[in-house]
Design a protein around this ligand. Structure first.
Ligand SMILES: [Zn+2]
Length: 207
């Protein structure tokens, strides 16, 4: 999946379980950010394509990296509230009419840590089913690397397919327009996404 898609999956997942009601929007924003953490292993692309091919979807896409990255990100948010700090700065550049709700209750560290682990874990099956296509090779995900090299991929939907983005953006826009029963709307959006991926896989003869 692409970066916006991972972000939207994390945001919808957090809202679907009612995290916004309990901990406020900063917690949901954290879920959206943390959803992308496994892709840190794509950064070597900036320096060296050979290293990128070796490391992408390996170094960051395993449970050990997920736990470590979750500890770091959750600690940063718990200690520094960087999401609220960044948004407060951003507000200086937005129109004066722009209103923002208070960030809500400060979430306990364990909740911050758990949401980071949860959305990063969801990242792995998302990358397994949205992979390859359009001349790209399938990227195997190795969830237990470096202990095990066993990889998994089920390329139901080609990487870069616009469908997942459209479904999740439609869900988000509908929620912005009709902000009622948000957990239900996010759940329905994620169910639509799952159905789309399955139907796409079936249409491509992968199922
Ligand atoms: Zn990834």
């Amino acid at each position: 999946m692409t970066t916006p898609e991972h972000s939207l999956v994390g945001i919808h997942a957090a809202i679907a379980v009612g995290a916004h009601q309990r901990f406020g929007w900063a917690f949901v924003a954290l879920a959206g950010i943390a959803s992308n953490l496994p892709d840190w292993d794509g950064l070597p692309m900036l320096l060296d394509m050979v290293r990128f091919e070796q490391g992408h979807r390996v170094w960051g896409h395993n449970i050990f990296s997920i736990v470590l990255a979750s500890l770091i990100l959750a600690r940063l948010q718990y200690r520094f509230h960087f999401i609220e700090a960044f948004t407060a700065r951003l507000k200086n550049y937005l129109p004066k009419e722009f209103a923002m709700e208070p960030a809500g209750i400060a979430a306990p560290f364990i909740a911050l840590f758990m949401v980071c682990v949860a959305v990063q874990t969801i990242h792995l099956p998302c990358d397994m089913v949205v992979s390859g296509g359009n001349g790209l090779s399938d990227w195997y995900i190795r969830p237990f690397w470096p202990i095990s090299d066993v990889g998994y991929v089920y390329p139901l939907t080609p990487w870069g397919d616009i469908g997942p983005t459209l479904i999740m953006m439609c869900g988000a826009l509908t929620m912005a327009k009709y902000p009622k029963r948000l957990p239900l709307q996010s759940t329905v959006t994620l169910v639509f996404l799952g159905c789309y991926v399955l139907i796409r896989g079936w249409a491509r003869g992968m199922l």
